[in-house]
Write a protein that binds this ligand. Structure first.
Ligand SMILES: Cc1cc2nc3c(=O)[nH]c(=O)nc-3n(C[C@H](O)[C@H](O)[C@H](O)COP(=O)(O)OP(=O)(O)OC[C@H]3O[C@@H](n4cnc5c(N)ncnc54)[C@H](O)[C@@H]3O)c2cc1C
Length: 384
């Protein structure tokens, strides 16, 4: 087993950190004050090659997970809101076209998405269909050369500010099993009949969460992505990959809070010495560092499995489950080191627990991760 990094990986990680320090950190306070993610965020990340994909002589390719995980880990330490805005666009929206788009769709949506010139939201969840992603009620009915869309999507990251939205809808209401009657489509954000509203939430402050109401929205027939009635499976394929990124993002959230607390306890004094010089505090920091390291190893293993074409579903879910559940505890614990400051609305450490809670739900709640892990026990055991 070799944990050393290649030269390209080291260079990529340094590049991510430099972009964050030089181009995002200076802008972040004003974005945060406005509680928004301007298009400038994607433009910066796109121009720096940090939207998860890259143009090569052989075509457009996804940057390996073993590199992308560093982007989401580092972004989440600065801001979970910026991290999720970048992640949902790249690993859900752009990814849909990368996996399933026609060459024309890739040219129209994926390339501007990769470059940060267009923002793409991914809308699967509905008010009545979250964990059970087959329970959709949004419909797409064929009318000549068009599809007519009706229904509501909810809790959609970047939904109200995106240029395009990838979404799922029922095209065969008579399908013997609901998940076999769903297809995937693209719609422009300014389409007639599409009403988009920002929702108010805790956590991931700068990122927008939205409802999308479709009322007789007409889209051309060629806006279907992938195969008819394969939309559920395509969505699951996208999630099976993207979970690795959200696990890295959750780890970054916990790590950000840990670093902030570590910095604080080495300066703050109580009873004549720094907090960190108290044995019980040192033990807490040791315990939580072990949790962070274990979480990161899970992320790296899932990334390696995926990059090398091996079965990675259970490992991606374990990485997501562990890092989001441990992240809830670590971020809460980190605030406690700050005493009263830790409950101040303006203190950055107070935001991490909210970000951790948001990460727990996005890309599938813990029970959904456990379901996926349980379905794959044998394949994991075979490798042990
Ligand atoms: C900040 C944020 C951003 C999001 N961004 C997007 C996005 O960009 N696109 C998108 O499509 N969706 C997005 N979502 C939606 C997210 O995917 C859903 O919230 C998630 O799938 C859970 O669905 P739900 O909220 O309807 O909860 P429910 O499915 O109603 O679950 C409620 C509770 O029941 C538990 N539960 C569910 N099933 C079982 C079971 N079988 N056994 C036991 N317990 C169970 C769950 O774990 C959870 O605790 C986002 C959510 C959040 C919070």
């Amino acid at each position: 087993m070799d944990f050393s990094r290649s030269g390209a990986e080291v260079e990529f990680i340094e590049h991510v950190k430099r972009v964050i320090e030089e181009r995002l950190r200076p802008e972040h306070p004003s974005w945060k004050a406005d509680m928004t993610t301007p298009h400038e965020l994607w433009k910066i990340l796109g121009s720096e090659g940090l939207l998860g994909f890259r143009h090569t002589e052989d075509g457009d390719v996804r940057i390996p997970w073993q590199m992308n995980i560093h982007t989401y880990r580092e972004l989440a330490q600065l801001s979970g809101g910026l991290a999720i805005a970048a992640f949902a666009h790249s690993q859900l929206g752009v990814q849909a076209f990368h996996f399933f788009g026609t060459p024309e769709q890739q040219k129209r949506y994926m390339v501007p998405g990769m470059d940060g010139d267009a923002v793409i939201a991914f809308a699967n969840t509905e008010p009545g269909a979250g964990s059970d992603a087959s329970a959709l009620t949004t419909t797409a009915e064929r009318d000549g050369d068009e599809w007519v869309i009706n229904g509501t999507k909810a809790y959609i990251t970047n939904g109200d500010l995106s240029d395009h939205v990838v979404f799922t809808a029922v095209t065969d209401p008579g399908a013997a099993r609901a998940h076999r009657g769903i297809s995937q489509f693209a719609v422009d954000g300014d389409a007639d009949g599409l009403t988009r509203m920002r929702m108010q939430k805790y956590g991931w402050k700068e990122s927008h969460l939205s409802t999308l109401r479709f009322e007789d929205v007409r889209i051309p027939a060629e806006n279907m992505i992938g195969e008819p009635e394969r939309g559920f499976y395509q969505t699951m394929d996208i999630f099976n990959s993207s979970r690795i990124g959200i696990a890295a993002l959750a780890l970054g959230t916990a790590l950000g809070s840990y670093r902030m607390a570590y910095d604080h306890v080495r300066r703050r004094k109580a009873f004549g010495k720094t907090l960190f010089e108290h044995e019980s505090k040192r033990v807490e920091f040791a315990d939580n560092l072990a949790r962070l390291e274990a979480g990161w190893l899970l992320v790296e293993k899932a990334a390696w499995l995926s990059d090398t074409g091996r079965e990675s579903r259970a490992n991606a879910s374990m990485a997501k489950l562990f890092n989001t559940e441990e992240g809830m505890g670590i971020t809460q614990w980190a605030t406690e080191a700050f005493g009263a400051r830790g409950v101040m609305a303006t203190h950055p450490v107070a935001e991490y627990p909210h970000d951790a809670k948001a990460a727990l739900l996005g890309e599938g709640a813990p029970e959904v991760q456990k379901k996926i892990i349980a379905e794959n026990i044998d394949s994991v055991l075979d490798e042990m």
